[in-house]
Design a protein. Structure first.
Length: 136
């Protein structure tokens, strides 16, 4: 596969067309294909899961305690999130390396993408008009 391929505007039908759908990683004799799973854009909502937890074992209130909005990606690979009910424009608490408090949500979170499992809006769940969550 070539490293770069030229695209015309006519070839782009959705945001997935802007990205390579997989990459091949080779280490010694092992070759692994890593597929593109999500495209995170600012404003996309996510629901965090504990390590061995199934997304079907959560109650509606648990979903809302774990619902955050993705805000930005940092140069060092960390992701920043804001709690979905946080209404302040300016939060005095700066983004700092975080741990999720499963019972009392923090206004902001920052950590590497591999630290927690999460469900992504549009891929794993949908927010309905009545603000209920429908898991796919």
């Amino acid at each position: 596969m070539e490293t770069a391929q030229a695209l015309t505007v006519d070839d782009i039908r959705c945001e997935h067309d802007l990205f390579v759908q997989f990459i091949l990683v080779k280490k010694e004799k092992v070759e692994l294909q890593l597929d593109l799973k999500y495209i995170l854009v600012p404003g996309k909502r996510v629901i965090f899961l504990k390590d061995s937890e199934s997304n079907f074992s959560l109650s509606e209130s648990d979903y809302f305690k774990r619902l955050y909005v993705y805000t930005n990606f940092e140069k060092d690979g960390r992701l920043n999130f804001r709690y979905h009910l946080e209404a302040r424009n300016k939060i005095e608490e700066k983004y700092a390396e975080s741990e999720i408090d499963w019972e009392n949500p923090k206004p902001t979170l920052r950590f590497g993408y591999a630290k927690y499992d999460f469900l992504v809006e549009g891929y794993d769940f949908e927010m309905m008009m009545d603000e209920s969550i429908q898991v796919k």
